[in-house]
Design a protein around this ligand. Structure first.
Ligand SMILES: Cc1cc2nc3c(=O)[nH]c(=O)nc-3n(C[C@H](O)[C@H](O)[C@H](O)COP(=O)(O)OP(=O)(O)OC[C@H]3O[C@@H](n4cnc5c(N)ncnc54)[C@H](O)[C@@H]3O)c2cc1C
Length: 466
C-alpha cells in the first residue's frame, strides 16, 4: 500500500499515541498511527485496566476468612473462584474499551495501520504489515512506543518467572507466588492474589515497601499486607530460581540465603522506556538516562520529531502520556502551549490506596518554600468508619506566605477519587481558605480535604504572635 505524505505520523497506539493521533486529526492534520499489537497499548491491554479489574475481583471475593463479615452480621458459604471465567470478564472489558479507541480514531479520520514501524529518518518510517512493507513519510514524527518490564539478569523472564503481563492472565489462582519488587505494580497484583487465596511473599531490596513514597504513607499498606498473610521480606535480594524449579533463592541483609516456595515468581522491578528495535538510533536523539529527552513542547533534540509517554521517562503514567499527546497536537497546529502542569496525580491501588498530588512538604522546603501542613486521620471521618476503612490519613501542604495549596498526600481505602479535587485545587491556585470554606458533601471522604485545610490554617494561626 502506498500513502501520500502525512502531517503527523505516530508510532505506538497506547494512551499517548492514540490520544495524539485523535487530537492531531481533530485539529485538521492528516494523521497516521502505527500500532504493532493492540490499540490502547500497555495501559488498556496489560496494565491499568486489567490490573484494576483484578483488584476489583479480589475485593468482591469474600475470602476464606469471613470473620470481618461476621462482625457486621453477614455470613456465607465457602467461596470458590474460576479464574478462567474471571479473565474472560476482564478481557471483555478490555475488548469494549479497545473497540471504543478504534471508533474514536475512525471518527477523527486517523489512518490506523496495523504493523511494526521502523524509523528511517526524522520524516520517514518503514512499516511491516500482514500485507507487506510500506514506506510512510510525514512532516512530523511522534514517538510513543511506551515501555517494557525490566528483566533481572539473574531471573530472566520465562518458565515460572513472569512479568505483570503474564501475572494478569493466569488461568488458575496460584498456590504460591513470590513478588520481586515492592513497587505499586507488584503490590497491586500480589495483594489481589493474596485476597484470592494465594500464599504471597514480597521480596524487596530496600528497607521499605513502595520506596518512592514517604514511609508514613506506606505504613497502613504494610499493616494490611501482614493482615492478609503476605510475607514481606525487606532488605532482601532475589538471587536465582532454584534448578529444581520450585523455589526462589533470596539473600537476606545478614547474607544468609533462603528458599521460598514459588509456583510463580512475578518480577516487578520497574519499567524501561522502549527505545530499541525500531531504528531509533538512526535519529541520534539526546537522551536523559534511558529515556528520550524532550523540551517543554515534547519536542526531542530534533526538529519535527516529538516523543511522549513512557518513552520520555518518569513518571510513567497513562494520564501523563495523554496530556503530552494533546500538548503535541496543539504545538503541531501552531498553538502556544507548553508543559506547565503543577500537579501530577499518582496512585497506588494497593489496600488501602495511596494518593499523591503535587509537592510534599520536604520537596517544597528543599525548593526554598516555607510550608504549612495539616493532617487529618480517617478515624475522624464518618464515611471511612461506615466503610470499616478507618486506617489512613490525609495531609495538605501549602505555602506559608500566601497559603496556596502545593500538595495533597493520603492513604486510605477509596482515597484515589480525591486526586481530582486535589489536582483541580492546585492547578487553579486554590488557597487553604478556599478549600476550608468550600462546602464538601457529608458524609464523604472529600470532607478530609476541608478538615486538613482547616488544621493547616490553625497551625499557621498558632505560629503568629497574638
Ligand atoms: C501492570 C501495570 C499497571 C499499571 N497501572 C497504571 C495505573 O493504574 N495508572 C496509570 O496511570 N498508569 C498505569 N500503568 C502505566 C501505564 O500503562 C503507562 O504509563 C502507559 O501505558 C504509557 O502509555 P504510552 O502510550 O507511553 O505507552 P504504551 O501504553 O506502552 O504503548 C506503546 C505502544 O506502542 C506500540 N509499539 C512499540 N513499538 C512499536 C513499533 N516499532 N511499531 C508499532 N507499534 C509499536 C506497543 O505495541 C504499544 O501498544 C500501569 C502499567 C502496568 C504494566
Amino acid at each position: 500500500v502506498s500513502y501520500a505524505p502525512f502531517d503527523a505520523l505516530i508510532i505506538g497506539g497506547g494512551p499517548g499515541g492514540y490520544a495524539a493521533a485523535a487530537d492531531c486529526a481533530e485539529r485538521g492534520l492528516r494523521t497516521a498511527l502505527v500500532e504493532r499489537k493492540h490499540l490502547g497499548g500497555t495501559c488498556l491491554n496489560i496494565g491499568c485496566i486489567p490490573s484494576k479489574a483484578l483488584i476489583h475481583l479480589a475485593d468482591r471475593y469474600p475470602g476464606i476468612d469471613d470473620s470481618g463479615l461476621r462482625s457486621i452480621g453477614i455470613s456465607g458459604g465457602r467461596p470458590s473462584i474460576d479464574l478462567t471465567t474471571s479473565i474472560e470478564w476482564i478481557d471483555a472489558i478490555v475488548g469494549r474499551l479497545r473497540t471504543g479507541v478504534g471508533l474514536l480514531l475512525a471518527g477523527a479520520g486517523v489512518t490506523v495501520i496495523e504493523g511494526t514501524a521502523t524509523v528511517v529518518d526524522g520524516k520517514t518510517a518503514d512499516v511491516l504489515t500482514a500485507e507487506g512493507p510500506s514506506r510512510l513519510r510525514a512532516a512530523n514524527l511522534v514517538l510513543a512506543t511506551g515501555s517494557s518490564p525490566v528483566e533481572l539478569p539473574n531471573l530472566p523472564f520465562g518458565g515460572s518467572v513472569i512479568s505483570s503481563t503474564e501475572a494478569l492472565s493466569l488461568s488458575q489462582v496460584p498456590a504460591t507466588m513470590t513478588v520481586v519488587g515492592a513497587g505499586y505494580i507488584g503490590l497491586e497484583i500480589g495483594t489481589a492474589f493474596a485476597k484470592l487465596g494465594s500464599k504471597v511473599t514480597v521480596v524487596e531490596t530496600t528497607k521499605q515497601i513502595l520506596p518512592k513514597y514517604s514511609a508514613n504513607l506506606t505504613r497502613p499498606v504494610l499493616k494490611q499486607l501482614e493482615r492478609l498473610g503476605v510475607k514481606v521480606m525487606l532488605d532482601c535480594t532475589a538471587r536465582r530460581f532454584d534448578s529444581s524449579g520450585t523455589s526462589l533463592v533470596v539473600r537476606n541483609a545478614d547474607g544468609r540465603e533462603r528458599h521460598i516456595e514459588s509456583q510463580w515468581v512475578l518480577v516487578a522491578v520497574g519499567r524501561a522506556p522502549a527505545t530499541s528495535g525500531f531504528g531509533l538510533e538512526r535519529l541520534d536523539l539526546k537522551m536523559t538516562g534511558a529515556s528520550v529527552w524532550v523540551d517543554d513542547h515534547c519536542q526531542t533534540s530534533m526538529t519535527g520529531v516529538y516523543a511522549i509517554g513512557d518513552l520520555t521517562g518518569e513518571p510513567m503514567l497513562a494520564h501523563r502520556a495523554t496530556a503530552q499527546a494533546s500538548l503535541v497536537a496543539d504545538v503541531l497546529v501552531g498553538r502556544r502551549r507548553k508543559w506547565d502542569h503543577r500537579a501530577m496525580p499518582s496512585v497506588c491501588f494497593t489496600d488501602p490506596e495511596i494518593m499523591s498530588v503535587g509537592l510534599s512538604a520536604e520537596e517544597a522546603e528543599r525548593g526554598g518554600i516555607a510550608t504549612a501542613v495539616g493532617t487529618v486521620s480517617l478515624r475522624a471521618n464518618g464515611r471511612a468508619l461506615i466503610s470499616e476503612q478507618e486506617d489512613g490519613f490525609l495531609t495538605v501542604v501549602a505555602a506559608l506566605d500566601d497559603h496556596a495549596l502545593l500538595g495533597v498526600h493520603a492513604v486510605g481505602s477509596g482515597i484515589s477519587e480525591l486526586t481530582a479535587a486535589a489536582s483541580l485545587a492546585i492547578e487553579l491556585g486554590a488557597t487553604l481558605e478556599d478549600i476550608a470554606l468550600t462546602l464538601h458533601m457529608h458524609p464523604t471522604l472529600s470532607e478530609l480535604l476541608a478538615e486538613a485545610a482547616k488544621r493547616a490554617l490553625r497551625s499557621i494561626a498558632k505560629r503568629q504572635p497574638t
